[in-house]
Design a binder for this molecule. Structure first.
Ligand SMILES: [Zn+2]
Length: 385
């Protein structure tokens, strides 16, 4: 049997198929052609020795900002993909209706990594750091639904940032409009929470099963646990009914205290995403493998964190064919080393936790092609801290 590449001898972690253990992965024509205990390597054009490493589906990052050069937050996806294993990026609301055409033409189309988007209910998107919903004229439901309707190959849902600054003076009305847009196009709504008002109960009451609550382990006023660290009843109810809880670490939205309270009570997040952008890439978030390593430090297992950054993220964005090494799937693959050492990770409040291991990406394949390391753009003038 001919293969373009065989990734041999690695520890496969593919929660989507349930395949976890020592397997060889054969790739042909950009797709997974075979996964077996021992594949014949004689006719393989290339053999990659993965012994001592994890072989996972390319990571699917459910919360990112990759609209470089036209928004406050955006970074370039490909250089980061090549060194982190992220092969699919969901850009959440960097573009709104007015600047979506540029996002499509200058980011989605030329990128080697795969980029999808959620359209911001604010037609100016995230051009500026905040206040995008403080002017209701920008929350144009008809325009947003038209743009989504014309770009369903790229746009998989609606995004709204609902916190005290983004909505300053407009209350819950922007979220009502985002709800209406999502209902009209029949796609999920991702809502960012942080500091209220609006308060969390009012926000959750407008969310539905299949919607995504991002920044779910925030330490700010709209956190999902009470003063004593117990999950709020209405959050638990909405979660049980199918609301998706997503991490979105970012520069302001991950608290070890909230995370530890939730995990101690047996509540693991549905999806672990980075919220990578101009500020968070400088730390303490850094990148998705670092974020996953923090959850290892909190006691989750490697298969558990990989599941939440591959197949579960793919399902949440309505792309169940991604985030898996199933035979026939596109060969988006990542290799990781679990490096032992003495590490200190920080949450966004610079609270430290020590760890004995971290996940380090060693190779990233997109549709069977190794992604070459490329130079990253320097940070924008406003992002230096
Ligand atoms: Zn974000």
């Amino acid at each position: 049997m001919h293969f373009d590449m065989v990734i041999a001898g690695g520890e496969v972690i593919d929660p989507g198929t349930g395949r976890i253990g020592r397997f060889d992965v054969g790739i042909r024509d950009g797709r997974i052609a075979a996964v077996d205990r021992a594949l014949p390597t004689g006719q393989a054009a290339q053999v990659v020795d993965a012994s001592g490493q994890f072989v996972t589906p390319g990571l699917v990052d459910l919360h990112t900002h990759v609209y470089w050069g036209a928004t406050f937050w955006g970074i370039e996806p490909d250089p980061v993909a090549a060194r982190t294993g992220v092969t699919t990026w969901l850009d959440v609301g960097s573009s709104g209706a007015y600047n979506f055409p540029g996002f499509r033409r200058w980011v989605v189309e030329p990128s080697q990594s795969r980029v999808y988007g959620l359209l911001n209910i604010s037609s100016i998107g995230l051009t500026a750091p905040t206040y995008e919903l403080a002017n209701l004229d920008y929350a144009d439901v008809a325009l947003a639904t038209t743009v989504i309707g014309q770009n369903r190959d790229v746009l998989v849902g609606v995004k709204a940032r609902i916190d005290a600054l983004t909505t300053r003076g407009t209350g819950i009305e922007p979220l009502r409009r985002a709800r209406e847009a999502a209902d009209r196009v029949g796609l999920p709504l991702m809502v960012h929470v942080g500091k209220g008002p609006p308060p969390l109960d009012e926000i959750i009451s407008l969310m539905r099963p299949g919607d995504i609550l991002t920044h779910c382990f925030t330490g700010h006023s709209n956190r999902v646990v009470d003063e004593r660290g117990r999950i709020l009843d209405y959050v638990k109810r909405a979660w049980e009914e199918g609301l998706i809880l997503d991490i979105g670490h970012g520069s302001g939205s991950f608290s070890f205290a909230t995370g530890e309270a939730m995990l101690a009570a047996g509540y693991k997040p549905d999806v672990i995403s980075s919220d990578i952008h101009q500020l968070s890439i400088q730390g303490p978030m850094f990148d998705l493998p670092t974020t996953l390593s923090k959850f290892l430090a909190l006691g989750m297992t490697v298969p558990e964190v990989i599941e939440r950054a591959t197949v579960r993220a793919a399902r949440a964005m309505g792309k169940p064919e991604l985030g898996t090494l199933a035979v026939g799937a596109v060969a988006d693959v990542a290799l990781f080393q679990l490096e032992p050492g003495n590490y200190t990770f920080h949450d966004v409040f610079m609270v430290p936790r020590s760890a004995k291991e971290r996940l380090v990406n060693t190779r990233t394949l997109r549709a069977g092609q190794v992604m070459a390391p490329t130079l990253e753009q320097p940070l924008h003038t406003w992002a230096h801290r």
